[in-house]
Design a protein around this ligand. Structure first.
Ligand SMILES: *Cc1c(COP(=O)(O)O)cnc(C)c1O
Length: 361
């Protein structure tokens, strides 16, 4: 895919940009540029354009606005100790983006084009990548159906758009989040779109998120749709349970049944945990197993993981079936060890044995 570059004439002066980068936060300020590529069923993908960040102009009958035919991704760029910038496993996000596209009847963008557009934007806006540990440039690729028509069918045209924003730590690392286990609503069912990263999954989750907040909780935990019993995910993150303590601990995560989103962070933690000498297991865990496991002392730590927050400790769970702590309310030692290790690889301070970091510039 060819990328035509038209630098912004209104890019922020260095000092103004730096103040925004230093502010931290999540998704508040966007970089000076964005990339757009258009697709049409008859002509395929056109050239990509890198240009000044700014509003899109859409006809009110544009399909995405009515039927939600949209997908997205999220990945990060990090400064390295040698003053280069690397992306973390962009190929994994590119492959998942293509899979999500297929599920939503959108065109698949070749993984090479996905990575090339990201590298081009990061190079252009490298001044926006924060230096602090735990900070990074968050990159948001997405695709929308752009055909102007209100008939219900797959759109004949689509736009792939890339934006980026500097981010600090998503959740505070020293405090654990509390979760509300929803027994009323579900995120995904077999045959649905649970495995795809699409906006619609999030739209359908917001009411449960509101209920969690009303219960004084930070996030929702989703159960399976059929039996309302098996623990699947937390909000937009995958879940992990530490069974046992110390060197003999097993790092357990719910298996990918077809309704869970296959997280890149989830996958990376399975590998990192093995590297650190722990046993790992993918399986089924019910709410009863969770509650009883904590009570018996078998489950010693619980955490969630995803690109945005990397690893976020869970301190307590609340549900219609009771409330229970998932540790002593503070982040557990293995949770923090895995977090430090993964962050270390991403920031280039711990050896990247698996070739996950892809150098951009
Ligand atoms: C994006 C996402 C995750 C985490 O995936 P990562 O690749 O680790 O960022 C987990 N669950 C859901 C529902 C998601 O949308």
């Amino acid at each position: 895919m060819k990328i035509n570059v038209t630098p912004s004439s209104t890019a922020l002066p260095d000092a103004v940009r730096q103040a925004k980068v230093d502010e931290g936060g999540f998704g508040k300020y966007f970089t000076d540029h964005m990339i757009i590529a258009n697709w049409h069923v008859d002509s395929g993908w056109g050239d990509a354009e890198l240009k000044a960040y700014g509003p899109l102009s859409l006809d009110p009958a544009t399909m995405v606005l009515h039927y939600g035919q949209e997908i997205f991704e999220g990945l990060k760029a990090y400064w390295q100790p040698d003053n280069s910038i690397s992306l973390f496993r962009p190929d994994a996000n590119g492959k998942r983006f293509a899979k999500s596209a297929k599920r939503l009847a959108l065109p698949e963008l070749p993984v090479e084009a996905f990575i090339k557009t990201i590298e081009t934007l990061v190079k252009q806006d490298k001044g926006w990548v924060p230096h602090k540990v735990g900070s990074s440039l968050y990159i948001r690729p997405f695709m929308i159906a752009t055909e102007v028509a209100i008939g219900v069918r797959p759109s004949k045209s689509a736009s792939y758009i890339l934006i980026a924003c500097p981010v600090g730590a998503y959740f505070s690392t020293t405090t654990a989040v509390t979760v509300w286990i929803s027994t009323e609503y579900v995120r995904a069912s077999l045959g649905g779109t649970g495995e795809a990263k699409c906006g619609g999954n999030y739209a359908a989750s917001l009411l449960a998120q509101q209920q969690a907040a009303a219960q004084g909780c930070d996030q929702v935990v989703w159960l399976d749709a059929l039996e309302r019993k098996w623990v699947e995910e937390m909000g937009g993150m995958n879940l992990y349970f530490v069974k046992g303590k110390g060197k003999d601990a097993t790092i357990f995560t719910p298996k990918l049944t077809g309704t869970l989103l296959p997280g890149v962070t989830r996958d990376s933690i399975l590998t990192v945990a093995k590297d650190l000498g722990y046993k790992t297991e993918e399986g089924m865990i019910s709410i009863d197993d969770w509650r009883d496991g904590v009570a018996s002392g078998e489950i010693t730590e619980t955490f969630a993981c995803g690109t945005a927050a990397v690893i976020s400790p869970i301190g307590g769970a609340k549900s219609e079936f009771g409330n229970w702590p998932t540790g002593d309310g503070t982040p557990g030692p293995i949770t923090m060890q895995l977090r430090e290790h993964l962050l270390g690889i991403q920031h280039g301070t711990i050896e990247d044995k698996h070739g996950w970091n892809v150098k951009v510039c």
